[in-house]
Design a protein around this ligand. Structure first.
Ligand code: 3PG
Length: 211
């Protein structure tokens, strides 16, 4: 995988994960794989995140592990050192985009407006995260962006659920959707990886559901 476009093509759903215990990262990644998903985004929102990325990168070679919620140049560097295969940012300041590009990793910059999408496109980026998707106008907004910006493809994230994911996935400018629903807090707290595997299996079938 070398580009953001490759990343969008990996799975219909990019699981966005907030993990408190680095020990859970490997069983979690294996559960997602068992369900048929080949990618995991571990968000840098908890102290455990970098260690979690390191473990998955070292122990679960069949899944593509990336770092999400990258908001500073320092985090981009730390995530790269930890072994992340891609980076995701919630927004796109010039400073952050410069730093993320410097890592050489494929990445999805977060955008929520046409101007931000154009700013990313000016840098040659054509695979973007649309965040926060539902709060920014949802399916209707993304469909409307497809008119003037047909060359861009998105991973809408933020408020995406199994209920509305098929509608997003049916849009021609959506490659995959992102969401936290595959890893509910209570399932993680209970170590219920069977439940997470089952949620992943349903998510893996969503592209067909979108027709
Ligand atoms: C993200 O960081 O991508 C979002 O917090 C995920 O949003 P969700 O919890 O609504 O899926």
């Amino acid at each position: 995988m070398t580009t953001g476009a490759d990343l969008l093509a990996l799975s219909p759903v990019l699981p966005v994960v907030v993990l408190d215990e680095a020990e859970q990262a490997v069983p979690l990644a294996r559960a997602l794989l068992r369900g048929g998903l080949r990618v995991i985004e571990l968000t840098l929102r908890t102290p455990a995140a970098l260690a979690a990325i390191e473990r998955v990168a070292a122990e679960v070679p069949d899944i593509v592990v990336g770092a999400g919620t990258v908001t500073t140049p320092e985090q981009a560097e730390q995530a790269t050192k930890a072994g992340a295969a891609f980076l995701v940012t919630p927004g796109c300041t010039d400073r952050l985009l410069d730093a993320v590009a410097e890592t050489g990793l494929p990445f999805l910059p977060g955008v929520s407006t046409v101007s931000e999408a154009l700013r990313a496109a000016e840098r040659g980026l054509s695979a973007l995260k649309f965040f926060p998707a539902e709060a920014s106008g949802g399916v209707a907004y993304l469909r409307a962006m497809g008119g003037p910006l047909p060359g861009l493809r998105f991973c809408p994230t933020g408020g995406v659920t199994p209920g509305n994911a098929p509608e997003y996935l049916a849009l021609p400018n959506v490659g995959c959707v992102g969401g936290t629903w595959l890893t509910p807090k209570e399932a993680l707290a209970a170590g219920d990886f069977a439940r997470i595997g089952a949620l992943a299996a349903k998510a893996a079938g969503l592209r067909q559901a979108a027709g």
